[in-house]
Ligand binder design. Structure first.
Ligand code: MTE
Ligand code: MO
Length: 343
């Protein structure tokens, strides 16, 4: 399914991602453009399908270069948190994105965010803490010991990637601020800057989300060693489409929990509102743990398309794992929770 069908009831729009599995043709066929058009049943229509659809269908590599400047990072090599799965190519990680502030199509964030200005940046940590902290852009790369984590990322739309993030644990930041004993939850907020983020100006372009984009975790979830603040990927600082200069990564939850371009982290004593839940609460819960046994009301969550070299078009369908494969680390957090009710 696409962003289009993600929250639109009834109307199903045609896009490359809507192709049924049996329409996805073998690798060899992709290499010949005429065969692709034929295989898709587009026939003579092939010439008249919109440019962006064609570009998406026929792009197997790197396209236009990024004009946003990223810098190499120094970090500890992956250790306990590395998974053996092959990494998704960088060109896919940075060109197939969900970041509705820059538009709802997968290529919009790359196309519309290259001029994004992250300097100066200010990330505030406040609320129920002993010592509120404000971090500037420099602090993000220098104040904490950086490490690489290779995590699976499972979008609620049933596609997935494996990404080498660079950053530090959320717990290390919260510990520095000192969480008060009355705290139960942590809230996160993305930058609100409609001049830089066209999706915040235009309701249609922004997918109907009420901005700024907000997310939240329980304190226990936030303190789990897997919860990560990423400032880079593939060894360099984050490009804007992936959430520069700092974003959350919670790999056992659907991707929408991993909020991008964070300006505020607030420790609270109640559950904070979250953007996708506010938009469609019957479809997107607060917890949003990856769970192959609890389907989305409009599609199955039992399997996912793993995006590799060929992008989503040739993505292999693989079974979805409980907690995205991180059950050993996080299942204990939910032992008293009905995961059907608290989806
Ligand atoms: N602020 C903000 N954060 C966001 C989103 C968004 O639209 N806005 N999309 C989410 C969704 S649905 C997913 S799947 C991931 C995608 O991260 P990626 O583009 O780095 O793969 O970012 C999440 N974080
Ligand atoms: Mo997502």
């Amino acid at each position: 399914m696409t962003h289009n069908t993600r929250f639109t009831k009834g109307i199903k729009r045609q896009s490359a991602w809507d192709l049924a599995d049996n329409q996805v043709t073998p690798e060899a066929v992709f290499k010949d453009r005429r065969n692709i058009v034929k295989a898709l049943g587009l026939g003579a229509l092939g010439a008249s399908i919109p440019g962006y659809v064609q570009a998406g269908l026929f792009d197997f590599g790197n396209k236009s270069p990024s004009t946003f400047t990223t810098s190499p990072l120094k970090f500890a090599q992956p250790t306990a948190f590395a998974i053996p799965d092959p990494l998704t190519p960088e060109s896919k990680v940075t060109r197939h994105n969900n970041f509705y502030e820059f538009g709802t199509s997968k290529q919009d964030p790359f196309d519309n965010a290259q001029g994004f200005n992250v300097n100066p940046w200010s990330l505030q940590i406040d609320g129920l803490v002993d010592k509120p902290i404000t971090l500037d852009l420099d602090d993000l790369t220098k104040r904490f010991a950086l490490e690489e984590r290779r995590y699976r990322l499972r979008c609620v739309e049933a596609w997935s990637m494996v990404v080498p993030w660079v950053g530090f644990s959320l717990a290390s930041l919260l510990k520095e601020a000192g969480v008060k004993s009355s705290a139960t939850h942590v809230a996160f907020e993305t930058l609100f800057d409609p001049d830089q983020m066209p999706g915040q100006k235009n309701r249609l372009m922004g997918g109907g989300i009420h901005y700024p984009y907000v997310e939240g975790l329980t304190l226990e979830e936030a303190m789990n060693p897997l919860a990560f603040l990423a400032i880079g990927l593939y060894g360099k600082t984050l490009p804007p489409q992936n959430g520069a200069p700092i974003r959350l990564v919670v790999p056992w939850k659907y991707g929408f929990k991993s909020i991008k371009s964070i300006v505020k982290i607030r420790v609270m004593d109640k559950q904070p509102p979250t953007s996708w839940n506010q938009l469609a609460s019957h479809e997107y819960g607060f917890y949003a743990n990856v769970n192959p046994e609890v389907d989305h009301p409009r599609w199955s969550q039992a399997s996912e398309r793993s995006i590799g070299e060929g992008g989503l078009f040739s993505a292999k369908r693989i079974p979805t794992q409980m907690f995205n494969g991180y059950g050993e680390q996080v299942a204990g957090l939910y032992k008293n929770l009905d995961l059907r009710k608290y989806y």
